[in-house]
Ligand binder design. Structure first.
Ligand code: PEP
Length: 250
């Protein structure tokens, strides 16, 4: 069985100014340094303008840097876009693609997400590809089918355990305080693991994160579920104490 290192990723979304981001990242970097050997990787994904200052502030620490999105193209006349090449320049190792807020707010579809993941891979970034059903889809018994379709469409050719992480984030659990039950998470992560076989090289090594209202109080239970290889954390990643407590519960 492949060894999968736990990944705890913080998605700061559109929150914080430079001083807030620097304080949060420096606090986490300090805790990580002080902790020595830990059984997890810790990743922060600030908004674009904070990538360079945060990247510089944590450059001598094991705290990892990621972005929340990237463009398909690497440079040129694409106003408002930020390329994977630029993310690497800022010190990023990871990029989230296909977050449900981008699928909803920017009408991003699977083909575009696959193209973004491929662009990330081309620059050596690890793509965190997000999938997850809405509440209506779950209520209609469509959760597995929706996630299968998203995986089939959003994972680019060339996805491997080394360059791709999948995040299962039920849309109804994001920022709502509602969490999927450990049994629901176990069932969906087993489904995703089975779907990855044949689609991704070395599929058994792909890390599958759970995301959706993960907090210090529920993290240990969720992280103990089979095939849960870490968490993608939104709200609770904005407080160093909470984010650190989530990581420490692994
Ligand atoms: C997210 O944005 O990926 C997320 C899971 O948010 P929250 O933890 O706030 O539900």
């Amino acid at each position: 069985m492949a060894q999968r290192r736990t990944l705890i990723a913080g998605n700061w979304k559109m929150n914080g100014r430079r001083a807030d981001g620097l304080a949060l990242a420096s606090d986490l970097a300090g805790r990580l340094k002080g902790a020595g050997e830990v059984p997890f990787e810790l990743l922060v994904c600030p908004p674009f303008p904070l990538l360079f200052p945060v990247g510089e502030a944590i450059s001598d620490s094991p705290l990892l840097l990621g972005a929340q999105d990237c463009a398909v193209k690497q440079h040129g006349a694409h106003t408002g876009d930020v390329s994977a090449q630029m993310l690497v320049d800022a010190g990023c190792r990871f990029v989230i693609v296909g977050h449900s807020e981008r699928r909803q707010d920017h009408a991003e579809g699977d083909a575009l997400i696959a193209a973004k993941a491929a662009a990330a891979h081309a620059e050596g970034l690890i793509a965190i590809v997000c999938v997850g059903e809405t509440e209506a889809e779950r209520d209609a018994g469509q959760a597995n089918a929706v996630v299968s379709r998203q995986l089939a469409g959003s994972l680019p050719a060339g996805a491997t355990a080394a360059n791709t992480v999948v995040a299962y984030e039920p849309v109804w659990a994001i920022g709502t305080g509602k969490t999927a039950t450990p049994q629901d998470v176990a069932d969906m992560h087993a489904h995703i693991r089975a779907e990855l076989a044949g689609k991704v090289d070395a599929a058994d090594g792909v890390r599958i994160l759970y995301g959706g209202s993960v907090k210090p109080g529920n993290a240990a239970e969720l992280m103990a579920v089979p095939n849960v290889d870490g968490a993608l954390v939104g709200g609770a990643s904005l407080k160093a104490d909470d984010f650190w407590a989530i990581a420490a519960s692994c």
